[in-house]
Unconditional design. Sequence first.
Length: 429
Amino acid sequence: MVAVVCAVLLFAVPLGIVVLRLYQQDEVRELQQLGEQVAVSLPARPVQPPGSAPVELPRAERGTRIAVYDPGARRVLGDGPRAGDGPVREAARGRASSQRLNDSLVVAVPVGGAERVRAMVRVSAPASQPLRRTALTWSGMLALAGLAVGTGVVLALRSSRRLARPLEALAGTARRMEGGDLGARAEPSGIPETDAVASALARTAGRVDQLLQRERSFSADVSHQLRTALTGVRLDLETSLAAGDGGDPREAMTSALERLGSMETTLADLLILARDAPERATLDLAPLLDDVARRWHGELAAQGRRLRVLAEDDLPEGAGSGRAARQILDVLLANACGHGRGTVTVRVRDTGGVLALDVEDEGPGIADDRPLFERRPEDATGHGIGLALARSLAEAEGGRLFVSRPRPHPRFTWLIAAPPADGASPADG
């Protein structure tokens, strides 16, 4: 708005001054042309002898006065001062002259050559005539300026509304995000800058939501894994107490300490996996399988069940984190231990050039309508969130976890991602 007014003023004021001067020059030129026309029409002797018809001067517009003067600057015809004034005396020297005298514009032109001036024609008109024409022009210019300012105001209001609406929507989206709705998104407005801010805000909200989801998942995963381990510790200690003086408490305490060490490892693994990006290094399964056999043999043996760990020769390489692999194997073995029967078999094999790891038991199988890999409340019966955790870890490492045989003898298969083409050092386990 201010810019429009300034632009109109900077354009209109100089133009108005130029118009005034142009009209003044135009008025002087018209008076000079009228004077030259009278000079051409004058006879050789402007003053006729008595009895002759007087010389008639042409009619002029209202307010315009025409007079003819002899070489002595005395008026002989027309309407004007008796004695010639400055312009008339200048014309007597053979030069046309114009000047503003009082409230009139005066033009005088010589009649004859520069060597011999026979007479002078004086033409005058009110000086207010150019002002009136200028006033009319200025009025039109002011109307156009008002129209321009009004148009500028309308356009400014429309532009401000067009800019304000997406900004208000963006502010509303930010308030919704502040209130906890991280899925709130602002609609595209068509304004590149506003859409860029909205896109950046959406990306930020997405990252925050992802971090919150990871933190929530971490809390649930830790709760689930530690609850399982604590249950084992409690059973060992309760068994030792039930045995009374005939039992060896050192064995129970040793088992409890081993389980507590496993809990500490589980907590550290899940914390690192929740915060760090997935690893794409070569996965060394041999130490993981040895660790599985050492940690799970005793628990299965306590139930009168066996654990078999088998691995084929010439296996393809796999990539991933040793921490994630340890947690996936623990979940699958805990599931087989808690919900399966008979011998539990861990088998590593080659399936079409892809490294696969199977965990199966000799139980009757899994019902078709049982959602194994969905997170459920902690107080729900069944497989809980352990299998959901295992699948999310497998997919985060670029692999797949699925039920390859639901029944009988249910089998879970983990397809391990291939290592990157440029190779990498083995992941720390």
